[in-house]
Design a binder for this molecule. Structure first.
Ligand code: GLA
Ligand code: ZN
Length: 672
């Protein structure tokens, strides 16, 4: 655990309040009352830390860091590259991003810096080095937080300036060596798009090249590479006089950057979580998606992560911003822990007095100090976390099921001009994830480059692209006894978006031959039956043939494909592979998942069927001798879990036998 504790606290932006000493003093008192043990400082402080070029003023920050230290409050120190000061953008306009249509951004907002710009890198790194020297060895500083929500400037998160165009060409030269290789990889002879000079290459743009999918893929890879390099530069700078771990705050399933590449630079994964609770009365969809996001973050390093930001009440940037209902703040905080977080941190500690985020939820509002529902609920979370620290220290989640989620597949798949334009990768991931969430089975979300070792079941929905080496890895996994499930529109292209010719790369393992994919319109429905129940075949229907020896578990029931396989199973080596040819609905997946779990003798820790809206997640001590079962009720009404054995509540010691009654939005933690 970072700093030896489950962290509770969050973004503290005291530079807003330097002229209000009574507020700074009250902050400390209220933090102690709310059981805050850690705050993040400096995220947007560049203008206050370097008021003039090369002139640093760290005194105000040092006073606050030291004051917090005296009160036993730890500090995550951020580097302030997320928002640039006006002196910088005015003197060096090249630090600002250029949009894909060539529009040069004006100063302001945030996260709009050019990650290639040498001036930007040099200026931020000088400041980072000075911060490292000043704060890197302070006892209560525990972690470096590089920048803020990288790439998160809304819309296209890449910079298209001339510096970036030149760097892109250099990057391409390294990747392809010759233009001939590049033209082949991008299939340039089609539409006469052959490049004869590197300078002819420009980033994808709506008014320019937007059809060459190989170019677009490489542009996204390059953007990730540049950003990783930018981050690596900042990390090197903060390491000048410090060997503290580093993190940066990720955002959900953020399409702009391949987090699987960025994670390599980081010691700790952290992310910002703002689910849309209470959009509907039934919270299942939001709870399930949030669980998947936590699982994605945890799977990056297969160890605990930090919930870096969340709101204690409401956000301010959706069209409608409901407050968390009583109990939801506790439940959503426990949900993060259940899936592997070692913290509950907020944006922000105190509501701003002015400007953009003054009505965004915060622990302390504009009025009433600690006498608010939000403050009381935050305090309850803080108290509960204190009690959980010793219990959860050294525990991890170790799911037996993994799902492939890969950024490059995401980019390539959603760029396809193919059977449908509404193919949505992340929604598909959620669709396949939901039955596991409902069954109380945690799932790791791993990339194609990750190891499949230790998993009994791997699902790869919509796995359109196969990266180099991936097919071989899956083959070994199944041969060694793994069960693999993949679907329509999988294994079609290589890393440069060139279609495989002749065979599906896993034809031997899957035991099927793909013929074509159809996307029939609504008035042409089809169905398939599975275990005696009929299900609709969705908007993507592949025509496949089963090879000899492959079991056909279900077939199409209408039209020219009548009698052709929809679901197959092929035994291969010690394991087996399923192929699903038609886009399914959730109900089919529920039944199919149930059968898979039964086949693999996988059950949730309680060993019972869970009622609607209730799920469980398990953290296990690394030596396997103790585990903690989080049972969460996402219904705003009581729920009963029947048929459980005998369980001890890890927090109260109470024994629970046979039946568990959960209150509205309640989470209980049992020990075994
Ligand atoms: C992001 C940012 C924060 C704040 C919150 C508001 O997560 O990192 O600075 O703007 O959004 O929800
Ligand atoms: Zn740029």
């Amino acid at each position: 655990m970072i700093g030896g504790r489950i962290l509770h606290g969050g973004d503290y932006n005291p530079e807003q309040w330097l002229e209000y000493p009574e507020i700074l003093e009250e902050d400390i008192q209220l933090m102690k009352k709310a059981q805050v043990n850690c705050v993040t400082l400096g995220i947007f402080s560049w203008a206050m830390l370097e008021p003039k070029e090369g002139v640093y003023d760290f005194q105000w920050l040092e006073e606050i860091v030291d004051r917090l230290g005296r009160e036993g409050i730890q500090v995550i120190l951020a580097t302030p590259s997320g928002a640039m000061p006006h002196w910088l953008t005015e003197k060096y306009p090249e630090v600002m991003q250029v949009q894909e249509d060539g529009t040069k951004n004006l100063p302001g907002k945030r996260q709009n810096f050019c990650y290639t710009s040498p001036v930007m890198r040099q200026k931020i790194q000088s400041l980072d080095r000075a911060l490292s020297q000043k704060f890197g060895k302070k006892e209560n500083v525990v972690l470096w937080h590089i920048s803020n929500e990288l790439g998160g400037n809304f819309g296209d998160s890449t910079c298209h300036c001339e510096q970036c165009q030149r760097a892109f060409r250099e990057w391409l030269k390294k990747r392809y060596q010759t233009l001939d290789n590049l033209n082949k990889a991008w299939w340039g002879r089609f539409w006469s798009h052959v490049y004869t000079d590197w300078d002819q290459i420009h980033s994808p743009a709506p008014q320019g090249e937007y059809t060459m999918t190989g170019l677009k893929l490489d542009w996204r890879r390059f953007a990730t590479e540049q950003m990783s390099d930018f981050v690596a530069g900042e990390i090197q700078a903060v390491r000048t006089a410090s060997d503290l771990p580093v993190t940066t705050n990720f955002m959900y399933f953020f399409k702009g950057l391949d987090y699987h590449r960025l994670r390599d630079e980081l010691d700790v994964i952290s992310w910002d979580n703002y689910p849309f609770w209470h959009k509907r009365k039934d919270e299942v969809t939001v709870a399930m998606r949030t669980a998947a996001s936590h699982s994605l973050m945890r799977s990056m390093k297969k160890k605990p992560f930090l919930l870096m930001e969340s709101t204690p009440s409401m956000v301010s940037w959706r069209e409608v911003n409901p407050s968390k209902l009583p109990g939801m703040h506790m439940l959503s905080s426990m949900q993060a822990l259940a899936h592997g977080s070692d913290s509950v941190l907020y944006f922000q500690w105190r509501k701003s007095r002015g400007s953009f985020e003054k009505f965004h939820g915060a622990v302390v509002g504009h009025k009433n100090g600690s006498n608010t529902r939000t403050f009381r609920e935050v305090t309850q979370v803080g108290e509960r976390l204190m009690g959980l620290t010793d219990l959860l220290d050294g525990t991890v989640n170790q799911p037996k099921v993994a799902m492939i989620f890969d950024w490059e597949n995401w980019w390539a798949l959603e760029d396809v001009s193919g059977p449908r334009t509404d193919m949505n990768y992340v929604d598909s991931i959620f669709l396949y994830y939901q039955p596991f969430w409902e069954a109380g089975i945690d799932v790791d979300l791993v990339g194609m480059d990750d190891s499949l070792e230790g998993y009994q079941l791997v699902l790869a929905p919509f796995n359109y692209m196969y990266k180099e080496g991936y097919a071989g890895k899956v083959r070994d996994y199944v041969r060694g006894g793994g069960v693999y499930v993949t679907t329509y529109f999988s294994g079609l292209v290589d890393e440069t978006d060139l279609c495989f010719l002749g065979h599906h790369p896993l034809e031997d393992v899957l035991g099927v031959v793909q013929e074509e994919i159809d996307a029939p319109c609504e008035e042409f429905p089809n169905t398939f039956s599975y275990q005696g129940v009929q299900y609709p075949a969705g908007g993507l229907r592949e025509v496949i043939h089963a090879k000899e020896g492959t079991q056909v578990l279900s077939v199409y029931e209408e039209d020219y494909v009548k009698g052709m396989p929809v679901l197959t199973k092929n035994a291969y080596g010690e394991g087996s592979a399923y192929y699903l040819a038609a886009e399914p609905e959730l109900n089919f997946l529920r039944r199919f998942t149930e059968d898979l779990l039964e086949e693999l003798a996988l059950a949730n820790p309680l060993g019972v069927k869970l009622p609607h809206g209730v799920t469980v997640s398990l953290r296990i001590r690394e030596d396997q001798c103790q585990s903690f079962v989080f049972v969460m009720n996402f219904n705003n009404e009581p729920a009963k879990v029947e048929g459980i054995g005998s369980w001890t509540d890890a927090e109260t010691g109470e024994i629970c036998q046979g039946m568990l009654e959960l209150g509205p939005f309640q989470c209980r933690i049992f020990e075994s």
